[in-house]
Design a protein around this ligand. Structure first.
Ligand code: HEC
Ligand code: HEC
Length: 204
């Protein structure tokens, strides 16, 4: 009886990808050509420019965006939300007022138009990680530049993608939102392939 109860609870819980379940297996050095690396970056850009990622990855306007089919018209976040230089809204109203931080097991985001909730502090990334409206070449050059990517190697980027619960949300956003393309594991594999190819950009 107890086993059944536990199973019922397990299956009733929303299915979220668990942090730490992604494999970081880079291909052997020298095994990925420049052309294959560029193809991997094309897919990385499809993810980075997707609304589930780019709505937060905005620049010095400090204004998160509402864009993508589920939002209809592209526009800055409603209610005059402004993240300020703090990037967490400290100068105005904290992001966490509405985007409350919840335990991973309670991350139900099934109600359309409710503020997304994740098991991490909801905030904008530093301005240098600006992707919204940027071209593939611009994002490529930013992502490989240690001065502008938080001093990360491609291996650091891959493991960041696994640990960051915001990213896990982007592939299972709920509430009628379109998930980011591919899967988190495929995205990590593309970052690793691009890295082993020497992080090429079309502009090289
Ligand atoms: C809720 C806002 C938010 C969303 C949505 C979001 N990010 Fe981020 N992202 C951040 C924050 C905050 C940081 C800074 C964290 C750090 O540097 O430790 C960051 C940093 C990063 C970095 C490291 C810096 C860099 O440019 O290399 C990568 C890679 C990244 N995000 C990828 C993504 C991808 C891919 C998606 C969509 C699948 C996404 N993010 C969606 C907030 C967000
Ligand atoms: C007053 C409540 C409120 C505050 C404060 C707030 N948000 Fe939101 N946010 C919402 C709601 C509600 C939605 C979803 C709207 C919808 O789906 O129509 C949302 C959606 C978003 C989205 C789009 C996510 C997606 O689906 O791609 C981003 C990005 C975002 N907020 C960032 C922020 C940031 C960053 C802050 C702090 C500077 C913040 N929000 C503060 C209520 C709020």
């Amino acid at each position: 009886m107890r086993v059944l109860t536990v199973l019922a609870i397990l299956f009733a819980a929303p299915a979220f990808a668990e942090v730490g379940k992604i494999e970081i297996n880079p291909p052997a050095q020298g095994s990925v050509t420049r052309a294959e690396g560029l193809q991997a970056f094309d897919r990385i850009y499809e993810v980075a420019s997707h609304p589930r990622c780019s709505n937060c990855h905005v620049g010095a306007s400090n204004r998160p965006m509402w864009s993508g089919p589920s939002y209809g018209k592209t526009r800055p976040h409603g209610m005059l939300v402004n993240a300020g230089e703090s990037r967490i809204g400290a100068e105005h109203i904290l992001c966490s007022t509405c985007h409350v931080n919840v335990e991973a097991t309670e991350r139900g985001n099934n109600v359309p138009h409710a503020a997304p909730r994740v098991a991490a502090d909801w905030q904008l990334p530093p301005v240098e990680f600006e992707w919204f409206g940027k071209t593939s070449v611009e994002v490529c050059n930013q992502m490989r530049d240690p001065e502008r990517n938080g001093d990360r190697t491609y291996l650091d980027i891959a493991s960041h993608l696994d640990h960051d619960v915001i990213l896990h949300w982007a592939w299972e956003p709920g509430g009628g939102r379109e998930p980011a393309p591919y899967s988190l594991q495929e995205h990590v594999n593309d970052v690793l392939a691009w890295g082993v190819a020497g992080m090429p950009c079309e502009s090289d």
